[in-house]
Design a protein around this ligand. Sequence first.
Ligand SMILES: [Zn+2]
Length: 301
Amino acid sequence: MRIGIDLGGTKIEGIALGDDGSVLLRRRSVAPRDDYQETLATMVTLVREIEREVGGIGSVGVGIPGTISSETGLVKNANSTWLIGRPLAADLPRMLGRPVRFANDANCFALSEATDGAAAGADIVFGVIIGTGTGGGIVVHRRVLTGRNGITGEWGHNSLPWPREGEWPGPPCYCGKSGCIETFLSGPALARDYQASGGPSLSAVDIATRAGAGEPLALRSLARYEDRMARALASAINVIDPDVIVLGGGLSNIDRLYESVPTLWTPFVFSDRIGTRLVRAAHGDSSGVRGAAWLWDKMWT
Ligand SMILES: [Zn+2]
């Protein structure tokens, strides 16, 4: 079996996948906040419990917020700050007595969808998670591109391309810059745009629902959002030319994006014909943990 662990800020999720991708078992624990040693112990317990219940041992892949630095071997860029600077990639394999593969959680999402999800069979896949932030991962021929700096796919902190009036310099971003794609495409960004145009404080999905009911303010806000998403994705298409772009996260539940955005990106993509498809994630919230399991592409014995 392949075991995947998704190390989140509030929960640690474990899954065991069979050879064909079927779910053998799922387990979930509360993430011990601000405690690295407890985090390690929880992960080990999760793996042992899964193996005891399913019977047998499995390969272990782990999706983490942030990445393992190729220079130091330590965790970096994690929003679960108690992991930063910790030797997770050395400690967990030692405690489990086997090699463990690690990848950024957005990369795991992309791998899951490219393996047996909405982009199954596609050569080049750009997986984009849009929720409270924007993350991305690139999978080519079913392999995650990790990158020299461990930041492949992190297009959310590029600036919004082809800015229109009023979009420059753009809202401040937590990364220290202004006008990052994330400051226009995250859920909070859509909510802020709607409020700034005179609407009440609502979640992104509620705004989409109001747009569906024909509310003019929500319709205009969503139209701006789609135009921005189209330009942001077009800049990614021009670089990696993916077969499929898979959307995950809360905003991926807005149905009309899949029709409107590919129409709107046409003028910005440097090609007379565009075969790239924009699709919704097939595995929903499970993509991260499934992708962690798929970090071992060949069956491990
Ligand atoms: Zn930023």
